[in-house]
Design a protein around this ligand. Structure first.
Ligand SMILES: [Zn+2]
Length: 249
């Protein structure tokens, strides 16, 4: 009887594993196994909810807590005597999974779409939507605002105003890169609403520019995506941009 060499925990393995074997792995390895088997990308800003089963979110939190405790230990912080950091690993694990990176682990919020019965075909602007994200490079906060411009047609599906904010939050609550975040949001809205034109502007403050690096206090970054009518029609684009109550500068 030959035995295969033990797989390193980080090596993506395509070897078939039985449910019993999977059950003995840490939840992160089990989920990674499913992702790799399905050849599903799982970068920082990808949603992986389809590969997570009931109860595994709590297992992930426990794993992150244990590793975060090791990070604090590596930083030579005496978490046993220091009452301030005693529960920090647990707090950070909860914050990552339940709050700031939640958009990776939960399915998209359910959104009801309505047919455009009134045949609205005028420029619609939603925003400013407050967004909270984190940069993929340093996991530092990104805080900002998003404006969405839509030019619906008679075949567009309309969604309730509050749903734009919920979809936006779901996409932003991941380690992100601002340019990729606005593109992801545009793809999601394009697929759902199917407007003739879609415009998104995001203006955000990147804390990795304040807290570290150049310590620059004027570091707002602005990104936009223009699709369909907003690309072709300069007047429409100008109208949208002129209606954004952004600070002039
Ligand atoms: Zn950064």
């Amino acid at each position: 009887m030959s035995s295969s060499p033990p797989a390193s925990p980080d090596a993506p393995t395509r070897l078939f594993r039985s449910e019993d074997e999977l059950a003995r792995l840490p939840a992160s390895e089990r989920i990674r196994y499913r992702l790799v088997s399905a050849e599903c990308r799982h970068h920082a800003n990808d949603n992986i909810a389809d590969y997570i089963r009931d109860g595994e979110i709590d297992e992930l939190k426990a794993e992150v807590q244990a590793k975060m405790q090791q990070v604090l230990r590596a930083l030579v912080i005496d978490t046993d005597s220091d009452h301030n950091t005693n529960e920090t690993a647990k707090r950070v694990a909860k914050m990552f999974i339940d709050e700031v990176f939640r958009g990776r682990y939960v399915p998209m919020p359910s959104v009801t779409e309505f047919p455009n019965a009134e045949r609205l075909n005028e420029l619609m602007i939603v925003g400013p939507i407050t967004v909270r994200s984190a940069c993929s490079h340093h996991l530092c906060p990104i805080l900002g605002k998003v404006w969405i411009g839509l030019l619906p047609n008679e075949h567009s599906n309309l969604i309730g105003l509050s749903k734009y904010a919920r979809i936006c939050d779901w996409i932003m609550s991941r380690p992100q890169i601002q340019e990729e975040a606005v593109t992801m949001l545009a793809n999601e809205l394009q697929a759902r609403v199917r407007p003739d034109g879609l415009a998104i502007v995001m203006e955000a403050d990147h804390f990795c520019m304040h807290w570290r690096g150049v310590k620059d206090n004027e570091s707002a970054m602005v990104n936009s995506v223009m699709r369909g009518a907003f690309l072709k029609d300069a007047n429409l684009r100008r109208e949208f941009l002129s209606l954004l109550p952004r600070k002039q500068g």
